[in-house]
Structures are given as structure tokens and as C-alpha cells.
Write a protein of this length. Sequence first.
Lengths: 164, 662
Amino acid sequence: MDGSSPDGYGSTTRDEWLVVLCRFFESWGLTDGLLARSAAERVLRVADAQMPRASASPLDPTRIAARWIRAMADDGVERSDWFFRAPALLGRFPAAFLETEIPDVIGEDFVELLPELAPRSMPEQEVIGPITHAVRVAAEAMEGVAAQAAQRSSTDNRLMRELR
Amino acid sequence: MSREKFRSIFVVTLPVVLATAFASGLLGVTLSRGGWSPPEILLQGTFTILFTWIAFWLWVALIGAYRLAATRKTRRALAELEASRPPLETLRTAIVVPIHNEDPDAVFARVRSMLESLAAVGASAAFEMFVLSDTTDPDIWLREELAWAEIRKLPGLSRIFYRRRLHKFRKKSGNIADFCKRWGARYEHMIVLDADSIMDGAVMVEMVRRMEAAPGLGILQAPSMLTLRDTLFARAEQFAAATYGPAVFAGIAYCFGSAGNYWGHNAIVRVKPFAEQCGLPGLPGRPPFGGPILSHDFVEAALMRRAGFEVRLAWDLTVGSYEQGPASLDIARERDVRWCRGNLQHLRLVFAPAFSAGSRAHFAIGALFYGISGLWAAYILFVAARYAMDGESGVTTGFEHYAPLVLSGCVAFVLLGGKVLAAVLAKLEAPLRAKSAKLVRSTALEILLSTLIAPIRMVSQLTCVIAAVSDTSMDWAAARRDEQQWTLRGAIRSQGLETAVGIVLAVTLFSIGPGLALWLSPVWLGLLAAIPVDALLSSRRLGRALRARGLFVTPAEAAPPEVIRRALELEREHALAPSTFAARFESFVTDAWLNTLHVGLLRAAGSRELSPTVVEPLVARILADGIEHLSKRESIVVLSDATVMERLHRLRCLERAESSAA
């Protein structure tokens, strides 16, 4: 792995990746330096192996490392429990972590920290003042009277036409 | 005629009207002996309104006191029955905690304590908690995320979520509305809390049960007791709320029945009708009476009533529901400015069609609460004017004997009669709270302090009304919850006006007549002493000393509820180590786990991705000089963009890797 990687890493050497990954694992609770380095080397091996398949977009080894951590910590019960459990698990059971298989693919959303959306519409209510209300009532009444008058006049017209 | 209507007319309104007619008639007879002068007519008018006001509240307290006494045994039996019911298990309720630039250590200590309290009653599975942040301070934002993550890491406390709103529309009401729009269909009810609220798990369970038992109940408001403050001012208020509150709450619940009010926190709300019927409109016209609704809770309660749902006060749940009161006169005034603006805006809604009579009454009472100070001030002026016009002869007309006596008698009855009765009942309600002698001494001291403060608050509230009417900015400042150290400079700034009014009033009254000045001495003396009184009231040492002597001790202090004790313990133990914003920001950039947490939260809430022309120069400045050279606003922009935060993380990692490799 010598190559370019997305999102700002640019051209990164293997040694630099090793340092980046060691720090990455350290952040996630794997504080033993030797184990972190061994985990980092394993990630780079997987990245090298997957490289030919990932022709469209270059691989980011930290994403592989994150996938690996999730594979170890996620018990599939609560959406984001694994994320909060992982630092403690990696710190306490590093050997178990290193024994975990690195999965090929993992879901689109790496970590879901909020529950699934369950939307409800909340329309703005209308609150009108007494004057507006009175004007509306008067307008409605006038409209009613006008409609009745129009109806009456059309009936009269019809009658007149029939009489003629 | 419905039972509630009969009750509101004959049990609530009629006695108040009769009492006011009697007292007002007595004053009228006294004043009219020498014919009616303009000040006398005005005096009569203001007296009638003021007497109605105090008679109403006395009557509410008396009704409540009777209700408390009459239902004591039944309530105890019901409480025992409730405790034996099986725990709630089905997830139906969200607990929402809207926050805005609050102390994260205190907020999350309370939140964790409440979650533990729910777990203790076996109800964890029935609730999910949302901390809904509108924080605008970048450092507090990061501290909130850290504090939330600390709780989230704990086993068994996974049902707590944190969401910071990126696109802000309206303040607290907008924050809650955003929650309803995103997750409203997930829950049957939501318990709305304030940042300083704390509720016992058993009380929250009980509120859910009451909502489930009454499908027509839209909002159930729990009374909240003031707690967790040490200043003398706050301790006196805490004592007053704990001692007189239960009777007043019971009275209010009786008077308003199903047309109760909502105070915006420590309440459970039925989500579906709330979302469908309580979306707040903007009011037509210009501020201060038009524009967005500032004080949302009263309006939401009125809209809920308009939709046909009941709004009730759970007056018997006075144990287990708490909040913090203001720590000093100055902070109380800031709160008054906010509330006053909101309540005066409600005047527009008093006559809006389709609201229930109860909702109109709440709007009117809320506005009158601030208007009443103006009436007291006007009353004093009219008394002085009449005295000035009649001179010493006023003494012989009988006015000097009757009007002050009637008013003084009524005020004394309200202050002493109502408060003493409530104190006796409070002792019966919570027999272990304090020895009777200490309760009597505390009540006497509270009466003395509230009398001393009354003229100061009269002037202060009057200035609030003027500020509210003249200010059109519609800015609703965040609540201040700190207990700042008292300084003379600060006191002169906050109480200077009151002192000046006291001087002018004293000089004017003495120039009119020493008799009048003597009679009104509690008013001008209180104002003259505003600065030293403020110093006394702001003193934590004095507050703690009184507590050590068993004075102003509330039931929540005599036997601290576990939820409060635990919250205090957690706040002490888990306070984040002091750090700078720059250091905290750096850890969110360099630490992969924290960076993932922040980016994950941004993406979940709908990350804002700004144009590179805005963000790129900021990124360049951070990389060159560090975050500390960015303004708060610029820092917020960077922190709000998930892509930028990820990129900064990678660039920083690379930087370190290069230097390590080298």
C-alpha cells in the first residue's frame, strides 16, 4: 500500500499509515502499542488485498479498521450500543479483538446515534383576533346573503323567461 | 349548566365578587363623604381591582387548603396502592430536555439521576430520553457531547439520545416542535422538562399512568417545587413554594378543572394532539404584541383545550417534581422581563375566538400578574394625591381611618391568614420536615422578607412592563442559573433605580405630610434599603447559616429524595476536568473515537455542509494558528460541518504521522 487515499490523506506511505492506524486504535481503546501495531499491519494487509477490487475509489484503511471494531463490538441488539461499548472492549479484551475476522462490507450508516425517524406533521394553527373574527363572520354572512340573492335573481330570471 | 361551570361561577367567582363588593363598598362610603374628587374616583377603581386580585388568590389558597385537608387520608391510601402496581414496560414515553448554553455537568448529572431513578422503579424500558440542544457556545456544545457520551457508555443507560439542532427556528417551542416532527410518531406521550428540572422516576411513571387512564387528557402539569439553591433569596422562595404551594396548587386545580394551564416543563403531553393542534402561529402585526409567540406554554395549553382535550394540574404530585428558582433579585428580574414580555403578548389572545373561558382567564391572569405592580404604584400615587388635596383635613373625613384599615386588614389577612393556614397544612402534609417552632419562625421570617421585597419587586416589575412594551427586538434571553458573587457595583446597577425611586418617594411623601409618609413607610423604606437588602438576599453564607439553624428547610431538604441526592453526587464526581476550548476542539479533531462521535451526531441531525469558499479559509486558519483564533461563530461553522471535521481529523493524523515517520 503506497498510494493515494481519499479525503485529504493524499499520498501516504505505508509507514505513515501504520502510525495513523496505531493512533486510530489507540483512540478506540487499544492502548497496548505492540497490539495496536499488529492490528494496524493486519488492516494494511487487508487493504492491500482489497485494493484491486476497489478500482473506482481508493481504500481508506481507517474505514477497514472501523469496520473491524464494529464487527467485534456489535451484538445487533441496540443500534449504536457497539460504538460506546467498543473502547472498553478493545481495552479489556485486545486478544479477542485480534481474533475477530475483518468483514468485507458493512452497512452504509457506520454509526446511528439517534433513533429511526418517526415523523409527525405539526401544522401551524390559526389564531385570529376578535376583530378579524368579526370581519370574517360578517364577510361570510354577506357572502351568504349575496349567494341567496343571486340564487333568487337567477330563479326570477328563469321564471321570467318561462313566462315570456 | 355543567359541574365545572357551576363551580367556577358559584364557588370561585361569587365569593370573590361578594368580598370585593363589601370591601370596595366600605371604602366608597368612606371616600364619598365629602363628594367625589378625581383622585378619589381613581383610588376607588384601583382599590377594587387590587382587592379582587388579592381576594382571588386568598380564596384559591383557602379552597386548596380545604381540599388538602379533606383528601389527606384518601391520597395516602392511593399513593400506597400506586406503589404496589406492576412497572411500566412498553415504550410509549419520551422525556425531552431542551437546553441552551446550560452547564453540561449539572444538566447531565440530573439526566443520569432521572434515568437511574426510572431504572430503580423498573420502568427503564418504557422511557427514552432526549437532550435537545440549541446551544450556541462551541465549548459548551463539545462538553455536552462528552457528558452525553459518558452516560451512554454506562451499561443499562442506553436510552438517552443527544441532538443538537443545526437549523434553528424559534426557541424552546421550535426545539420541541422539531422533536415532534422527527420522532413524534414514535411516542404516545412526552414529558417536557427544563434544563433545571428534575423528576423522580415514580412520579414520571404515575404521570404516564394517569395519561393512559384518561384518553381525553392532553396535558398533565405537575407542580414543581423549588430546590438546590443556597442564597437567602432562593431559600426563602423555596420555603414559600414548599409551604404555601400545595394549597395554592390544589386551589388552582379546583378552580380551573379541565381548563388548567401548562407551564412548559415538568408536564406530560399527549404527542399526537399536541403535534396536530398546538403548532404555534406567528401573531400578525409588529412586536412587542405581534410576531412569534414568546411565551409558548400558555398558548399551547389553550390550543390543546380548543382541540377538545383536557389540561389538568396534578396538584397532589408535589413530591418528586423539582426545579431551580432564581438565585437573586437581579436574576428574578431578568426572568420577569422574559415572562412579562410573553405574558403581555397574551393580552392579544384574551378575546381571540374559540378559546375556552379558562384559557382566557390564564392569559388575563398572566398579564395582570405584571400589570398589578403598576396598579399598586398607581394606588400609592392616588393616596398621596388625595392626601395632598385634602391636606390634614383628610384625617377627619374618616379616610385615614377606614381606607388604610380596610386595605391593611385585607393585606394582613392574605399575608398572615393564608400563609399561616398553608403552613399548618404543610406541617400536616409532611410531619417530618421540621419542628413546629422552626416552621413558625421560618414562616414569620418569610413574611418579613416578602414584605421587605414587595416594594422592590413592584418597581422592578413596573420597569419590566415598560421594557416589554418599548422593546421590539423580540429577543428572549436565556435563563441565568448561576449564583454569582454579590458586588456593590452590580447591586447599584440592579437596584439603583429602586433606591432612587425610594428617595424621591420619601421626599415627596414627607413634603405632603408626615402622617402619610409614616403610613407608607414600608414602601419607601423597602425601596431605600434595596441595595443592602439585595446584599442580604444574595448571600449564600446567610442562606446556609439559616439552614443550619433549621430555618427555611423544605421537605426536599429534610429528607432529600434519592433523585436529587444522586444528581448532586454525580455533578460533584463527574464534572469534566477544566480545559480550554482549544484543547477540547483539538481532542475532537485528533481522537478518532471523538471525531466519529461528533461526525455521527452531525450526520444524524442533518449535517450542514457549507460552501468551500466559506469553510476553506477557516480550515486554513485552524491548521495555521489553531481554533483559538476563530470567533465563536466561526468555530460553530466549522463544528457544524461533518465533512470538514472529518477532513481536519485526517489532515491532523497525517501531520502527526509525517512527523513520527520523520
